[in-house]
Write a protein that binds this ligand. Structure first.
Ligand code: F6R
Length: 606
């Protein structure tokens, strides 16, 4: 992951670098650092923890220089401490890096044999020493070329040279990198988001390219060192101000914003008469598509799992889903008649991007369901369906999940209708029902107090299980993921019907088990599975929807009822109490809700 910033200017740059690093913390927040150049000296300050901790370092006020680089880290090699924090510097070069150098052990051996002394446990430090070594005999451009060729793995780099007061080098393979243009100054950033406060004129580097950022111009090179011209893109210059407001955490705000996320999605894709779905400029004939493969990671993968149920029910397509890190390396046959859909909030997730790249290189039909429309995945997919949920800051995805499943549901409905797999009458009724969803979510959000009380029970538990069948199974998976990432409690999401094939052995007196049993086709079966865990001592929190019918079950510990909707839409409503349960249980434990330990918002390493 990690975030990179570089500024080459005529004004002092340290505070602008710090401000940009604050924006980049969604990429990693275990340590941060800055290096500037002044009077032929590289000034380096690094600190463990957040950018705030770096800012508190008394030396930061004194750091001079109108050219510099900065970094926020998500540790891959070596502990998250100040020694391993970037930048890493030798006598002549300072480097910030995002990615992983896979042959670092071998390169380090070679460099140690040449007399280089390493200070950190990182893979990045080999880049510093390799450039330093190459500079002994080569020009800057040749030493960069030679260094990049020697590196295996993925990288985005920002490089500062002691003897070059007007040069930052940027280079990219695998990990994204952008260049920004300002008045008498130019910038380097892991993405346009980091640069948006300073400029809306951006160029994205492609794989293998590198660039020389000077104060007055930027030169681009391909991997052979041949100069190339690149397009300057003009992004919208509205910088979205996204504040916490009266909320304690962004996550709390983002949970409450979900009715708006759904309204935005519905307004974007449903036509004004609310009887049809508009998906403009879809580049393929529907008859060319007979199967769909949905790919994502983490919560985005759960969106794919959810969508599988809808695509199977509403369309005649063969439906496959895949975890991006598995998809990208499996030996498989890609198919022309398959629509490959890449689901990602950030649009920068390295594994999802690599899976997309693989499909693009094989000339497949690729479609992105993303939130960040300027992201790499959005830019490189042949078709994009934005989810329009606005900035999501909380590392644990909430509104983006509902946004993703909404768009996937809409896509399933549209394809089903186009292929004649669902009747027009059913299609129109489902659209009508969908219009009610934001209100139903709004009402469900009001079950708050009860969840806060229930969350107290999760204070001291060793573990928990989340069970569901059918449409509720993906939501059980998502609920378990939210609880584990926020409150660090082991939580297992499982298909309720699978319990007897092994996991039932985990059930013991007092183990909290969250059972999702809305009144759908699976209801009776799930209730039977719930009885089986109650019989073995589980403390069951049942989440269902409101109904006149009594629940035929005794010994339930607690019950939460969400609003009632058509079966397709119940997963949206069931998600709400699970998000809140995770939120309040982390709040009780005093954990950092918006930045849980060991995680990052944008996972740009594989
Ligand atoms: C969990 C969570 C992660 C992300 C995953 C993919 O709450 O947020 O599991 O869903 O890292 O990220 P994107 O959607 O940006 O590709």
């Amino acid at each position: 992951m990690c975030g990179i910033i570089g500024i080459n200017s005529n004004r002092p740059v340290s505070s602008a670098i710090i401000n940009s690093l604050k924006k980049l913390e969604y990429r990693g927040y275990d340590s941060a650092g800055i290096a500037t150049l002044s009077d032929g000296t590289i000034n380096e300050i690094k600190s463990e923890g957040r950018v705030d901790d770096l800012e508190k370092n008394s030396l930061i006020q004194t750091i001079q220089g109108s050219i510099g680089i900065g970094h926020v880290r998500w540790a891959t090699h070596g502990l998250p401490n100040s020694v391993n924090a970037h930048p890493h510097s030798s006598q002549s070069v300072s480097v910030v890096h995002n990615g992983i150098i896979e042959n670092s052990t071998l390169l380090k051996k070679f460099l140690v044999s040449k007399g280089h002394i390493f200070k950190s446990q990182t893979d990045t430090e080999v880049i510093v020493h390799l450039i330093t070594e190459n500079l002994k005999t080569l020009s800057i451009i040749d030493s960069i070329k030679k260094t990049l060729k020697a590196l295996h793995g993925s990288f985005a780099l920002g490089i500062l040279f002691k003897d070059q007061p007007d040069l930052i080098v940027g280079a990219r393979r695998g990990s994204p990198l952008a260049v920004g243009y300002g008045p008498n100054e130019n910038y380097l950033g892991s993405d346009s988001y980091a640069l948006k406060a300073m400029t809306n004129k951006i160029t994205y580097l492609n794989d293998g390219e590198f660039c020389f950022i000077k104060k007055s111009n930027v030169e681009f090179f391909n991997e052979d060192g041949k100069k190339i011209n690149k397009k300057v893109l003009e992004l919208s210059n509205e910088e979205e101000k996204y504040e916490k407001g009266d909320y304690k955490h962004f996550m709390a705000k983002e949970i409450e914003e979900q009715p708006t996320t759904l309204k935005n999605g519905i307004n974007e894709y449903l036509d004004t008469s609310n009887t049809d779905i508009n998906i403009y400029n879809f580049p393929w004939k529907i008859s060319e598509i007979s199967s769909i493969t949905l790919i994502g990671c983490g919560t985005a993968y759960h969106s794919c799992l959810m969508a599988k149920y809808w695509f199977e029910e509403l369309t005649s397509l063969d439906v496959n889903i895949d975890i991006a890190s598995e998809f990208r390396y499996r030996k498989k046959k890609l198919k022309n008649e398959t629509l490959y859909v890449f689901v990602s909030q950030s649009g920068e997730t390295a594994d999802t991007y690599a899976a997309l790249d693989l499909c693009n290189k094989n000339n497949m039909k690729t479609c992105a369901v993303v939130n960040v429309i300027e992201s790499s995945i959005a830019r490189e997919s042949k078709f994009v369906l934005p989810i329009h949920c606005g900035t999501e800051i909380g590392v644990a995805s909430t509104k983006a999940f509902l946004g993703q499943i909404l768009i996937l549901y809409i896509l399933a409905l549209k394809i089903g209708a186009l292929k004649g797999d669902i009747e027009q009458k059913t299609f129109k009724q489902k659209i009508k029902d969908l219009k009610q969803l934001p209100n139903l979510v709004e009402q469900t959000l009001s079950i708050d107090h009860k969840i806060q009380t229930i969350a107290n029970t999760f204070n001291d538990v060793k573990g928990s299980m989340f069970l569901g069948r059918g449409f509720s199974y993906p939501i059980a998976m998502e609920g378990a993921l939210k609880l584990k990432e926020l409150s660090y409690i082991h939580a297992e999401g499982y298909p309720a019907g699978e319990m007897k094939h092994g996991p039932l052995a985990l059930i013991e007196e007092g183990l909290p088990v969250v059972v999702l049993a809305p009144r759908d086709n699976y209801y009776k079966k799930t209730i039977s599975n719930m009885q089986e865990v109650i019989a073995r001592g589980a403390k069951v929190l049942l989440i269902t929807n409101k109904s006149k019918d009594e629940i035929v079950s005794e010994n339930i510990w607690e019950k939460i009822e969400v609003e009632t909707a058509n079966e397709d839409l119940l997963p949206f409503l069931l998600t709400i109490p699970l998000q809140k349960l995770a939120y309040y249980s982390a709040l009780n434990k005093g954990f950092d809700i918006d930045k849980p330990r060991n995680l990052a918002k944008s996972v740009t390493v594989e």
